[in-house]
Design a protein around this ligand. Structure first.
Ligand SMILES: [Zn+2]
Length: 355
């Protein structure tokens, strides 16, 4: 893999140019004009995916870098000339950050859940483009056919650890707390033809079972894909994380009708007018605003809920739903009235639940 090339040897920063730039953003300085929409939007997501991957890997080593360090880096000679380059790269990265990136197997096709399909006709029936049928939530490209659409989607039909599931009969145990380490971050909003997805700048992660997973993106389904004892919720947000070995962990936050949800509103405020183009938003968002007060959760091993349905995904479904308003629900419903995969067989999988 060519993961490390974004570490750009020509740059004067000894470490992590993109994060340094981000840190500056946090102290309100220097990264003026970032991100550059024109630049970012002109980059088709699929083409630039390799670059994105490089960025993720290259930036990992210094995730604990402080804003002070970053500012010091900036004082180095030649830093100013490179700001433009850094801004561009960061904007590109935000604009194209892939979804459930490589699955545990590391195969490229496992990135599909977030892969933008700029020309896919989103709300209409799936259509053939040059003979290829796109996956969808109904019709010929619907969930019951996903496994037949492409060889690399076959797990969607044959997998025995698929998601979503109806969560019931879990064992109640002392589940360790998920340690969320989220902070205000830059973001870009993408309508990828299957959902609304928010790509996050680096710096958000969670720790559980001895592993640290970085948050890549989150997106929505309506209604919720997962059920709790048979009950389906109005919507769900899936927060997709990946650890250094490429393992995926998804936190599901169930959403039900009630009060306004400030973070959801921030996303809706920044909806792009065009599909397939991630729109870098001004300002930042703090994912802590989306988490429920009660951090109890259900956990089980499952899969991506979209083709290629890769397995080996650690699911953590927050038990307490979060509210969003009826009008917020309706806004998403205008775009995606139904984008939930049906529940899959539990097949004897163990489900654990917080006490
Ligand atoms: Zn999802």
């Amino acid at each position: 893999m060519h993961h490390r090339t974004l570490a750009a040897p020509s740059l004067p920063f000894p470490q992590r140019p993109a994060l340094a730039c981000l840190s500056w953003l946090m102290v309100g300085a220097l990264c003026l004009g970032w991100p550059q929409p024109a630049q970012a939007r002109s980059t088709p997501a699929e083409k630039s995916e390799p670059k994105v991957e490089k960025a993720e890997k290259a930036e990992k080593p210094s995730s604990d870098k402080t804003a002070t360090q970053a500012r010091d880096d900036g004082k180095e000679e030649g830093a100013a000339e490179n700001l433009g380059v850094l801004r561009q790269r960061l904007a590109q990265r935000l604009a194209t950050r892939p979804d459930p990136a490589p699955a545990p197997s590391g195969k490229a096709e496992t990135r599909a859940e977030t892969k933008a399909e700029p020309r896919a006709s989103k709300r209409a029936e799936p259509k053939s483009h040059g003979g290829e049928l796109h996956w969808a939530y109904e019709g010929e490209g619907g969930p019951e056919h996903w496994g037949d659409l492409k060889p690399e989607y076959r797990l969607c039909a044959s997998g025995k650890r698929q998601s979503p599931i109806d969560i019931r009969d879990g064992i109640r145990v002392d589940l360790e707390k998920i340690q969320f380490d989220y902070q205000p971050s830059g973001f870009a909003v993408l309508d990828n033809g299957h959902t609304i997805q928010v790509n996050l700048a680096p710096g958000n992660s969670l720790q559980v079972m001895g592993r640290r997973y970085e948050l890549l993106q989150f997106h929505f389904h309506r209604p919720s894909e997962e059920r709790i004892n048979g009950r389906q919720f109005d919507m769900v947000a899936h927060l997709v994380h990946k650890d250094a070995d490429g393992r995926l962990a998804v936190v599901a936050v169930l959403l039900e009708r009630g009060r306004d949800q400030p973070l959801v509103q921030t996303v809706w405020n920044n909806l792009p007018l065009e599909k397939g183009e991630a729109l870098p938003a001004p300002g930042q968002m703090d994912l802590n605003q989306l988490l429920p007060e009660d951090r109890g959760y259900y956990t089980y091993m499952g899969s991506l809920t979209t083709p290629p349905c890769s397995e080996g995904v650690l699911w953590m479904v927050m038990r307490q739903p979060v509210q969003l308003s009826a009008s917020q629900l309706n806004i998403f419903g205008r775009l995606y009235p139904m984008n939930a995969r049906p529940v899959q067989a539990g097949s004897g999988r163990l489900i654990k639940e917080s006490q």
